[in-house]
Design a protein around this ligand. Structure first.
Ligand SMILES: *[C@@H]1O[C@H](CO)[C@@H](O)[C@H](O)[C@H]1NC(C)=O
Ligand SMILES: *[C@@H]1O[C@H](CO)[C@@H](O)[C@H](O)[C@H]1NC(C)=O
Length: 371
C-alpha cells in the first residue's frame, strides 16, 4: 500500500497551475494537526508553490523559524499559560474523569469545556478577521486558496472575506457533525456507525437504536456549544443585518481532504469533493537506530506495537500507565508469539522507554526521527 505519492500528486493536481506556482495561505492550527500539515506544505514548496502560514502570537507547536514558508503573524489576546492550562484540563477530563462519570455528568462537563474552547478559538480568530492590518495585508497578497484544518474555526469566514477557494483537511468531526450537516455527506444511521460511538458496522438492533440516537445528541451538543456561538460571531463580523450560518459557510468549502483511507474506516457513502489523503504526511522509511532495529528483529512474526499518546499528553499516572500496559499485554499476537515471561516484560519495558523518549523530544520541540 503506497497512498503517499499518489495522494500528494492528487493534491497537487487539485491545486493546479503547478507550472506557475500558486500562492497558498495556510490556516493556523496546533499539536498533531500542525505536525500532519507540515509535510504537505513542504511538498507544495518543493513543487514550486508559495506557502504562507498564519501563526498566532501564542502557539505550542507553530514556530516561524523555518525559512521554507512565509509567515504571517497575528495577535491573540490570550496567554499561552491560560491556553495550556485549559488543554491540560481537557486532557485530564478525557483520561482520568470520564470513565468514572455517568452520561449526564460527561455531557455536562464536555459541554462546559467546549464552551470555553470556542471562546478561546474566537480570541484567536479576532486576531485575523477583526484586525484591519491583517485583513488588508491578506487581501493585498492575492492568495489563490486557503488550506485549513478546521479544528480552529474561521477559515471559511476568512476565505469568504478574501474571496478565495477553501480546502479543508481533517480526520473527522464528532459524529461527522461537520461532514453531515455542513457538507451534506450522507450517513444512514442504520449502517454508518457514528464516530466516537465506539460502534462498528456490525450492529445489533439495540446498537442501531443507540447509533440512531447518538447522532442527534451530538448535533444538539455541537449546536449549543459551537454553532450558536459561531453563527453570532460570523453574523457580527459580516454585518448585523444578515444572519450567517457558520455551518452553511463551512459547507462552501471546495474540497474536503480526509486524512483517512477508504479501507481504514467503516464503509460509508462519500461525495465527489471528499478526497482520501490518509498517509499524506508519510515519509520514506529511514533505517532504525541499532538497538531499536535489534528489538524489532527479535519480535519475530508478531511484530511490535508502537504506542503513542499523541502530541499533547506529556505524562501519565502510574495507575493509568499500568492499565495501558496491561491492555497491551492482551494483544493476541504478542501473547501467542512471545512465550517467555521475561521477554514479554522486556518488550513492554522497551515500548515505555520509546514512549518516554518520544515525549521528551516533543517537549523540547523536536520530533524524533522514529515514530
Ligand atoms: C499586533 O499588535 C501590535 C501592538 O499592539 C500592533 O502594532 C500590530 O499591528 C498588531 N498586528 C496585527 C497583525 O494586527
Ligand atoms: C503532569 O504534569 C503536570 C505539569 O506539567 C502536572 O500538573 C500534573 O499533575 C502531572 N500529572 C501526572 C499524572 O503526573
Amino acid at each position: 500500500m503506497e497512498p503517499c505519492p499518489s495522494v500528494c500528486i492528487l493534491l497537487l493536481l487539485c491545486l493546479g497551475r503547478s507550472a506557475n506556482g500558486g500562492k497558498v495561505l495556510v490556516w493556523y492550527t496546533e499539536g498533531s494537526h500542525w505536525i500532519n500539515m507540515k509535510p504537505v506544505l513542504e511538498t507544495l514548496v518543493d513543487r514550486g508553490h508559495q506557502v504562507t502560514v498564519l501563526v498566532p502570537s501564542i502557539s505550542m507547536f507553530m514556530t516561524s523559524d523555518q525559512s521554507l514558508f512565509h509567515y504571517e503573524a497575528f495577535n491573540v489576546s490570550l496567554s499561552l499559560e491560560v491556553f495550556e492550562a485549559f488543554l491540560d484540563k481537557f486532557i485530564h477530563f478525557t483520561i482520568y474523569e470520564m470513565d468514572y462519570m455517568n452520561y449526564f455528568q460527561i455531557y455536562s462537563k464536555f459541554m462546559d469545556l467546549l464552551k470555553i474552547n470556542i471562546q478561546f478559538s474566537l480570541k484567536f480568530l479576532d486576531g485575523v478577521v477583526k484586525s484591519e492590518t491583517m485583513l488588508k495585508k491578506l487581501k493585498g497578497d492575492n492568495y489563490d486558496m486557503l488550506l485549513a484544518d478546521p479544528i480552529f474555526p474561521g477559515s471559511d469566514l476568512t476565505a469568504d472575506m478574501l474571496g478565495i477557494p477553501l480546502f479543508l483537511s481533517l480526520r473527522f468531526s464528532v459524529a461527522h457533525n461537520w461532514e453531515r450537516l455542513c457538507a451534506q455527506l450522507p450517513a444512514p444511521p442504520s449502517f454508518v456507525p457514528a464516530v466516537l460511538s465506539k460502534l462498528t458496522d456490525k450492529m445489533t438492533f439495540s446498537e442501531r437504536v443507540f447509533n440512531f440516537l447518538f447522532y442527534p445528541l451530538q448535533d444538539i451538543v455541537m449546536e449549543k456549544c459551537i454553532w450558536k456561538e459561531l453563527d453570532e460571531y460570523y453574523s457580527h463580523v459580516r454585518g448585523k443585518r444578515t444572519h450567517t450560518s457558520a455551518c452553511e459557510m463551512m459547507g462552501n468549502a471546495d474540497i474536503w481532504l480526509m486524512r483517512t483511507y477508504w479501507d481504514f474506516d467503516f464503509p460509508r457513502p462519500f461525495l465527489p469533493n471528499f478526497k482520501f489523503v490518509g498517509g499524506v504526511h508519510c515519509r520514506p522509511a529511514k533505517p532504525l537506530p541499532k538497538d531499536i532495529e535489534e528489538f524489532v528483529q527479535s519480535s519475530g512474526d508478531a511484530g511490535i506495537v508502537v504506542f503513542s499518546l499523541g502530541s499533547l499528553v506529556k505524562n501519565l499516572t502510574t495507575e493509568k500507565a499500568n492499565m495501558i500496559a496491561s491492555g497491551l499485554a492482551q494483544v493476541p499476537q504478542k501473547v501467542r508469539k512471545v512465550s517467555s515471561f521475561y521477554k514479554y516484560e522486556h518488550c513492554l519495558k522497551l515500548n515505555w522507554e520509546l514512549w518516554a523518549t518520544f515525549n521528551k523530544k516533543l517537549i523540547s520541540g523536536k520530533l524524533p526521527s522514529i515514530k
